[in-house]
Design a protein around this ligand. Sequence first.
Ligand SMILES: Nc1nc2c(ncn2[C@@H]2O[C@H](COP(=O)(O)OP(=O)(O)OP(=O)(O)O)[C@@H](O)[C@H]2O)c(=O)[nH]1
Ligand SMILES: [Mg+2]
Length: 356
Amino acid sequence: MFVDEMKMTIQAGSGGNGCVSFRREKYVPKGGPDGGDGGNGGDVIFVGDAGLNSLTRLRQRQHYRGERGEHGKGKNMHGRNGTPCVVKVPRGTIVRDAETGELLAEILEDGQQVVIQKGGKGGKGNARFATATNRAPRFAEEGRLIEPIHIRLELKLIADVALVGFPNAGKSTLISRISSARPKVDGYEFTTLHPNLGVVTYDDFKSFLVADIPGLIEGAAEGRGLGIKFLRHIERTRVLLHLLDGAAPHGSLMREFQVIREEVKKFNSDMLNRHFAVAVNKIDSLFSREELEEMEDFCREQQIPFFQVSAVTGEGLNSLVSSLGRLVESSRPVFSAAGTTRPEISTQKKDFLEEV
Ligand SMILES: Nc1nc2c(ncn2[C@@H]2O[C@H](COP(=O)(O)OP(=O)(O)OP(=O)(O)O)[C@@H](O)[C@H]2O)c(=O)[nH]1
Ligand SMILES: [Mg+2]
């Protein structure tokens, strides 16, 4: 379903030690120090991968380790840096410290890289410690030792498009027509009690994730119907599709639209700034053609993408899906309310954690 969790242990590589060595060559007495620096340890890096949508694959391993940096060598040879441990995670993965619960990172984008634990720095070789008064230092620095840390991953799948509308508008019917999801469809209100997710493919090979959420009614913010709590599931959704019920005499399509926007605003006014589109559903059994035209004119004036569809007959769905795909492509990802506009990195551990 929506949230998936697991714990894991990670350990970035420790730094390699610096080397103590002196140059020894024929005919060169007192050649001087030539111990090279140790290599840096490999980081543990998480990379967002749009092809994954669960944490299951990560459970196959318990430990994720970066390679240790190589020790420095004589003749001023630098030790090789350790290979980083690169872990592919689904978009929407939240990383927390398993003990304190502190938020360490959030991976939201395909290809986004976050260093979860930085490898230890390599130690300096003795050549670096030579001074005018100590030309032959017999010491070198040790590489920084890295301890394993325990982390907890939570996956909150982020839908690209959310279907938001009155109960019975046909949201579940629509998602079952355009995606792999098969939620229950019925002719009474509040059939859907939990969000459902489905993958929609368009333009042959591209895809986006769509969420069908429970219906909203006027006063939802005050707790009517199922309330608006479930809207948190779509707080980070890039595009909202307001699905209006073309067959129902809810007052008017315009009013239906305004009520929905108002309830969304009461939940989180930032969500009004998202890209959104309007689709009037059930055009196969339209209640009023005038209302449909009124809505269409309004959307044209306001430059809101507008669609007329029937989730039952399939009319208008191809054009709706490809337009939604393009809207998703042109929208920026939305970061969580808790996070900032970048993956949040705690100030305390800043030197361990930095973005690549
Ligand atoms: N005529 C017609 N009926 C439709 C269309 N789309 C959905 N319906 C019907 O409308 C009713 C409600 O459909 P659902 O898909 O369950 O509606 P919903 O928006 O998911 O409703 P909730 O889960 O209660 O919020 C069902 O009886 C559907 O068969 C359509 O395009 N045309
Ligand atoms: Mg439903």
